[in-house]
Design a protein around this ligand. Structure first.
Ligand code: ADP
Length: 562
């Protein structure tokens, strides 16, 4: 056996605190601007932020919090939440961000499962805390993220965050922590079952922040003014609270006002160049700019993900407003970033139409994430843009196992994402469905996302969901459930005719039903399970007379639907 020759570079652990320490020292005067729950706008710098994060660390240590203890948060995007990101992890505690939009029983379940010692909350959530407190006996104290003057009236005994910080001076050195120690805990929103905890490490968080910042990933820079609309309670706002201090980008936090008008005004006031959020939020923003007849004077790029970004939205941002859309895919179990739709030099030489088609996909894997698609037999499928398969990923910021669960979710060392996808010869990923939502017509998969994207491109359609409906001949056929725009009208037949020539004939839904609204999860994703239950007994016209079924065997032949 030969003795390995080790490198002789400093063995400095990758800690989350080092991100803020870097920003404080090298971008000390760069601003963090927050719309506060109290109603005003708060501004300070990375240097101020680090000092207060250290005061928080001192306060929590004085309260007896130890390394590994979980500290919960129920909070909007704001400077105090950012301080919590670092004031907990900085001394080895775990920052557990909780989604307050979940049902209270589910929030209580999560707090108890995580065994949170303390929970910090924005005053908006005081009524929620009053419901939670009796169900969460192990929480030692609930801390309201405000000063004494704004303490809410509550039945629960709560402390003031500002009063706690005021007892400490911030004279504190971040300890060196083993980079494999836990830093952050996020629960999946339970779209597909009970919430499950993803416990990130310092190392995975820092590597993810590095990867996210790269120009062909999110591409953050010290020249950016970044407004994360994606909540800090949902997968760490896609890592922006870590990537912004790493790059020295200015941060702008919207607080609780996420309507189009409030976001637009904040973007303009703070010269925001970069933003990130789920499609639903951008729908509100685009509606506002269209109705108000205004334009973005500083916004250059936005990351859209969390669910499929409709091509019509990408076009609207890019063609009408000159804002680049980066379509991203990821999940809680991946910290969350996996792929982004940035083009290579060679791809930018192709026709505008080809480039547009690529940008509509979820993009290429970033360094640190490897992916594959496999068929029912577990064998890897070709990257030809046609073969659909279960998407598997692996990498240093991909989950190995869920918090407090012994069973490994991995298959041959890969994490099965629960998504179904194609990968094309450009290595671009295209998510076609959640595996639980796929529609299998005559044994062949139909991409509900593609079907929905076409419906949404119709001017009279506000939102659409495509679900499987039972069919005597094909087992399942697609049913389109549509919410119309308030000021527009369209009939079933007009909508079905709209599909002609845009999609393979056998992918066209067999029926359309109109509803007032679609069910969503706490993170804004369509709840197709609920829809399938609601329309379980829906009888498709094609099922009544299969002999007259518009779909013949020939039309249903395997073909490339694109
Ligand atoms: P959950 O909702 O399951 O708790 P996440 O919020 O982490 O978990 O969501 C992850 C899922 O969201 C992915 O597995 C995928 O189904 C969906 N998703 C995320 N981004 C995209 C995208 N750009 N296009 C399509 N689906 C997406």
């Amino acid at each position: 056996m030969t003795t390995p020759l080790y490198g002789q570079m400093m063995d400095v652990p990758l800690t989350v605190s080092s991100l803020l320490a870097h920003a404080s020292r090298h971008f000390g005067t760069t601003e963090i601007v927050s719309k506060r729950i109290e109603g005003d706008v708060h501004r300070y710098t990375y240097r101020d932020c680090e000092k207060r994060a250290k005061q928080l660390a001192q306060a929590l240590i004085a309260l007896g919090v130890e390394m590994g203890d979980r500290i919960g948060t129920l909070a909007w995007n704001g400077y105090r939440h950012l301080e919590t990101y670092f004031g907990t992890t900085g001394f080895g505690a775990v920052c557990h961000t909780i989604n307050p939009r979940l049902f209270p029983d589910q929030v209580a379940w999560i707090i108890n499962h995580a065994d949170d010692r303390y929970v910090l909350f924005d005053i908006t959530f005081a009524p929620l805390v009053d419901v939670l407190a009796p169900q969460c006996p192990n929480v030692l104290c609930w801390i309201a993220m405000t000063d004494e003057a704004h303490m809410p009236r509550m039945s629960t005994a709560a402390s003031s965050y500002e009063a706690l910080l005021a007892q400490h001076d911030g004279d504190f050195d971040w300890p060196l922590i083993d980079e494999r120690c836990a830093s952050n805990l996020c629960y999946t929103s339970g779209t597909t079952g009970n919430p499950k905890g993803a416990l990130y490490s310092h190392r995975s968080s820092v590597l993810h922040a590095f990867g996210a910042s790269l120009p062909d990933a999110m591409g953050l820079s010290a020249r950016d003014s970044v407004l994360p609309v994606v909540p800090m309670f949902h997968v760490n706002a896609w890592g922006i609270p870590h990537a912004a201090p790493l790059t020295g980008a200015k941060l702008v936090f919207p607080g609780k006002d996420l309507d189009g008008k409030s976001l637009y005004e904040l973007m303009e006031a703070e010269r925001v160049t970069y933003s990130a959020g789920v499609p639903t939020v951008w729908l509100g923003l685009l509606n506002h700019v269209r109705e108000a007849g205004v334009r973005f004077s500083s916004l250059e790029r936005t990351v859209i993900g969390g669910s499929a970004c409709p091509p019509a939205m990408i076009r609207m941002f890019q063609d009408t407003y000159g804002v680049e859309v980066i379509h991203a895919w990821g999940m809680t179990e991946m910290s969350p970033l996996g792929t982004l739709s940035k083009l290579t030099w060679e791809q930018t030489q192709r026709s505008p139409d080809e480039q547009r088609k690529l940008r509509e996909k979820q993009g290429h894997a970033m360094y640190g994430v490897d992916m594959r698609i496999v068929g029912d037999d577990g064998r890897e499928l070709p990257w030809d843009g046609v073969a659909f398969g279960d998407l598997h990923v692996r990498g240093p910021w991909v989950i190995d196992r869920y918090f407090r669960s012994d069973a490994s979710p991995l298959v041959d060392g890969w994490f099965p994402t629960g998504d179904v996808a194609t990968i094309d010869k450009d290595s671009f990923l295209n998510i076609t469905d959640r595996s639980k939502d796929v529609i299998k017509s005559g044994g062949e998969w139909i991409s509900s996302i593609d079907v929905e994207n076409i419906a949404i491109a119709h001017p009279a359609v506000a939102e659409a969901a495509c679900i499987a409906c039972a069919h005597p001949k094909w087992t399942e056929r697609p049913l389109l459930v549509v919410v119309k725009r308030p000021d527009a009208d369209v009939t079933r037949d007009e909508l079905l005719a709209f599909y002609k020539g845009k999609i393979a004939k056998w992918w066209i839904p067999d029926d359309v039903v109109f509803v007032d609204e679609l069910p969503h999860t706490a993170t804004g994703k369509l709840q197709k399970l609920k829809l399938r239950e609601r329309f379980r007994d829906h009888v498709l016209p094609s099922a009544l007379a299969t002999e007259n079924c518009p779909l013949d065997d020939e039309a249903h032949a395997k073909s490339d639907p694109s």
